[in-house]
Ligand binder design. Structure first.
Ligand SMILES: *Cc1c(COP(=O)(O)O)cnc(C)c1O
Length: 400
């Protein structure tokens, strides 16, 4: 009777891409065959088509297809001329690439804590940081302790929900800072006014890593922007900074997107809205099922900002004794993941920034008690209910 002592009654993977692929297989294989027949693999018609449709989908004028979400962030930072002596404000509760790319340009990541409800960069924390730790010197805004010049804010739309961009854009404007949105998890997410992820700041950075809502068959990404000059600069930097070819006014890199990946993504993009709706339906099922199980005290379900479009790249709950619950779920056939177990200010590679435990309490708490549940669109209600039942069975005082 105890699911942990015998074979689990069911297997619920965190993500299974096969049911998404199956109905599209013939169409995708034909598209791949066309690219193979053309033998045109780099920056061709497929990439161009994807750039214009993803830009439009993200309410932006320009799209620059790149090799990954990480390279999208790096390219945006390079195009804005951010480098040694500069600093970028961001969240410590995010995937490594957010701060990793800032550091790779030679700039300094400056962390501010998250809002505990949304897990996104807290405008209030940024206000306090600017007031307490930064000062104006001439036209520059300087971080007092390190002497670096603040250049940009990089908010992350974590789990598929847009950060508080109204407040963050106002802060950026008031302080002369650029805004690079890490929208890797948030393609098509929108705020309550319907404004989409990637369209608020100077550049929006998307990832098509296979686990994102729009996933390629490998690595891929895109920068979106409404700024023509920035778009052109990113296009040049994407091909080593050469314009014309072999003449370099700028030092760029190879950040190109493959035709094969773009061909797959052009097909998958037409299904993205349906997939995101499927995730929203699953999220609503979980919300209701946790309510029915009277787990409101023990399980904190995701806070969706009223009227906004959350695309649920992840459905992340907060629970006490998270690691023990995760082990029990694993034994019951339910896969989960922790996004992310170590906040970035406590990563070994960022020790030089001087971060200490206790610096960002909301991020540290989130790292300790959050758990991502299976949410992909093809899950059925029986599987979702099983996940909730297994959580109910194993929470303290709930008969586990
Ligand atoms: C996935 C992700 C990235 C990086 O994208 P890749 O395509 O894997 O390089 C950056 N930031 C966040 C928040 C992500 O989730």
């Amino acid at each position: 009777m105890n699911a942990t002592e015998s074979e689990p009654a069911m297997q619920v993977p965190l993500l299974d891409l096969k049911p998404q692929y199956r109905p599209l297989a013939a169409q995708i294989q034909a598209a791949i065959a066309r690219v193979c027949a053309s033998q045109h693999f780099i920056l061709g018609a497929e990439v161009k088509a994807l750039e214009s449709s993803v830009a439009a989908y993200s309410h932006c004028r320009y799209g620059i297809g790149v090799s990954s979400g990480t390279d999208a962030l790096l390219l945006a930072l390079m195009a804005l001329g951010i480098g040694p002596g500069d600093a970028v404000i961001t969240s410590p509760f995010t995937f490594f690439a957010t701060a990793g790319t800032i550091a790779r340009t030679g700039a300094r990541p400056l962390f501010c804590d998250i809002d505990p409800l949304t897990f996104n960069l807290s405008p209030a924390a940024v206000v306090a940081f600017l007031a307490q730790q930064c000062e104006r010197r001439g036209s520059d805004l300087i971080h007092r302790a390190s002497g670096v010049r603040l250049r940009a804010i990089m908010p992350v739309h974590l789990y598929g929900q847009v950060a508080d961009m109204t407040a963050l854009m106002e802060l950026a404007r008031d302080n002369g800072l650029k805004v690079i949105e890490d929208a890797a998890q948030a393609i098509g997410a929108a705020d309550a006014r319907g404004k989409r992820a990637g369209s608020f700041g100077d550049v929006g950075c998307l990832s098509f890593f296979p686990t994102k809502n729009l996933g390629a068959f490998g690595d891929a990404g895109m920068c979106v922007t409404n700024n023509a000059a920035l778009a052109e600069r990113m296009e040049i930097l994407r091909v080593h900074g050469g314009k014309p070819k072999y003449y370099h006014a700028l030092i760029g890199g190879n950040f190109r997107l493959d035709e094969l990946q773009a061909a797959v993504l052009n097909i998958k993009l037409t299904h993205l809205d349906a997939w995101s709706t499927g995730r929203q339906k699953n999220a609503a099922f979980y919300d209701a099922a946790f309510g029915r199980a009277q787990l409101a005290d023990a399980v904190r379900t995701p806070h969706a900002v009223s009227g906004a479009r959350h695309i649920y790249n992840q459905y992340v709950i907060r629970v006490p004794q998270r690691d023990a619950l995760r082990d029990k779920l694993s034994a019951a056939g339910v896969s989960t993941e922790i996004y992310y177990p170590v906040p970035l200010h406590l990563q070994q590679c960022f020790a030089y920034l001087g971060g200490r435990a206790g610096d960002f309490t909301q991020s540290e708490r989130a790292a300790a008690d959050t758990l991502a549940l299976p949410i992909y669109p093809e899950l059925n209600d029986t599987q979702l209910q099983y996940v909730v039942d297994m959580i109910a069975a194993h929470l303290p005082g709930k008969g586990g």
